[in-house]
Design a binder for this molecule. Structure first.
Ligand code: NAP
Ligand code: GDP
Length: 318
């Protein structure tokens, strides 16, 4: 008889979690595996008792931990204390429950925006703790950095198999399209939609010059399931498109305008912060394992996200 396998995905209703769900339901259904996708309605992971109750109920053998207080540059600048405290609580509860309940593998999620601000490029996995993060998101960054520290501590002290993935900027269907609180791609999709509908300018915040590597959520979902099944190290692994696929925020705005068929004027509000200029990440480590992995072209993924947003406008998170 095959071993019981229950994969619990925290944050299963978010951008990243929904992509894993779509991938698992369409392509990766493993015989005998049960997948549980959690929302905050299943229990507040800031609360230890609620977290324990979830682990008692589902008895997971594997955990993909995505739940977090998440936001774009402007939300991070405004709520540093909450980004630190809420994420520390969530991560502490999930990691400790994974230990106590004997979870055989935990994959947690970091982000390339937690790397040092002043650094050399490209960034790689060895550089997380080599300097302070950009001040705009230091609350979030230090909470996330502690996950990497604790992965090693849990391995040393308890022999736990905990690891982490480091995605670059993610986008796709089921994103948080809040203009004030969300990330750049969903924020710009929403703003472009309103500009087209209302016949107004499409306003991009900042200068448009910062550079980012964007990964489509479904590509990330495939890679994350591979990490769960095949990647054996405690050390983190960057999950991103290649360095050559880095684009400027202006490029992104143009792609969104094209996908939305927006013909009006695009303006840049330089009174708004640019945040970190770039955080170019190397995927040499990923390529040693998966040299042939093919990413969805960004224009194709943007078109798919824009179409999904327009089709689901009334229901999307915004
Ligand atoms: P998201 O769309 O905002 O989803 C967040 C998820 O976390 C939702 O399922 C939410 O549940 C859940 N959640 C939040 N607070 C919770 C709490 N107190 N208790 C239980 N569940 C809670 O975020 P995302 O973009 O998918 O991000 C997922 C992970 O990727 C995070 O760890 C984030 O730091 C990381 N990441 C994101 C990006 C990016 O560009 N988006 C880039 C790098 C790394 P509800 O739906 O019920 O609210
Ligand atoms: P970051 O990659 O962690 O900095 O987070 P974001 O996804 O919020 O991307 C921020 C970059 O996009 C900054 O350079 C912003 O100035 C720029 N940007 C342009 N328009 C927007 C917008 O409408 N929302 C957000 N969040 N960022 C925007």
């Amino acid at each position: 008889m095959s071993e019981r396998r229950v994969v619990l995905v925290t944050g299963g209703t978010g951008l990243y979690g929904m992509a894993i769900r779509r991938f698992v339901e369409s392509e990766a259904s493993e015989a005998g595996a049960t997948w549980v996708f959690l929302s905050s309605k299943d229990g507040d992971l800031r609360d230890r008792r609620a977290t324990q109750a979830i682990f008692e109920k589902h008895k997971p053998t594997h955990v993909i931990h995505l739940a977090a207080m998440v936001g774009g540059l402007y939300a991070n600048m405004a709520k540093k204390v909450e980004f630190y405290r809420e994420n520390m609580l969530i991560n502490d509860n999930v990691m400790e429950c994974c230990r106590v309940f004997g979870v055989s593998k935990l994959v947690s999620c970091l982000s390339t925006c937690i790397f040092p601000d002043k650094t050399t490029y490209p960034i790689d996995e060895s550089m997380i703790h080599t300097g302070p993060p950009h001040p705009s998101n230091e609350g979030y960054a230090y909470a996330k950095r502690m996950v990497d520290v604790l992965n090693r501590c849990y391995a040393d002290e308890y022999g736990c198999k905990f690891t982490s993935v480091i995605p670059t900027n993610i986008f796709g269907e089921h994103d948080n399209f809040s203009i004030q609180g969300g990330h750049v791609v969903p924020g710009l999709i929403h703003k472009c939609y309103l500009a087209k509908r209302d016949g107004t300018d499409f306003t991009v915040w900042g200068s448009g010059t910062p550079l980012r590597q964007f990964i489509y959520s479904l590509d990330l979902a495939k890679l994350t399931v591979w990490v769960l099944n095949e990647y054996d190290s405690t050390d983190p692994i960057i999950l991103s498109v290649d360095e050559a696929a880095e684009v400027s925020i202006k490029d992104v705005a143009l792609m969104i305008a094209e996908a939305m068929d927006f013909k009006g004027k695009i303006v840049f509000d330089t009174s708004k912060a640019d945040g970190q200029y770039k955080k170019t990440a190397s995927i040499d480590k990923l390529r040693t394992f998966l040299p042939d992995f093919r990413f969805t072209p960004m224009k194709t993924a943007i078109k798919s996200s824009v179409d999904w947003f327009v089709a689901n406008y009334d229901a999307v998170r915004k």
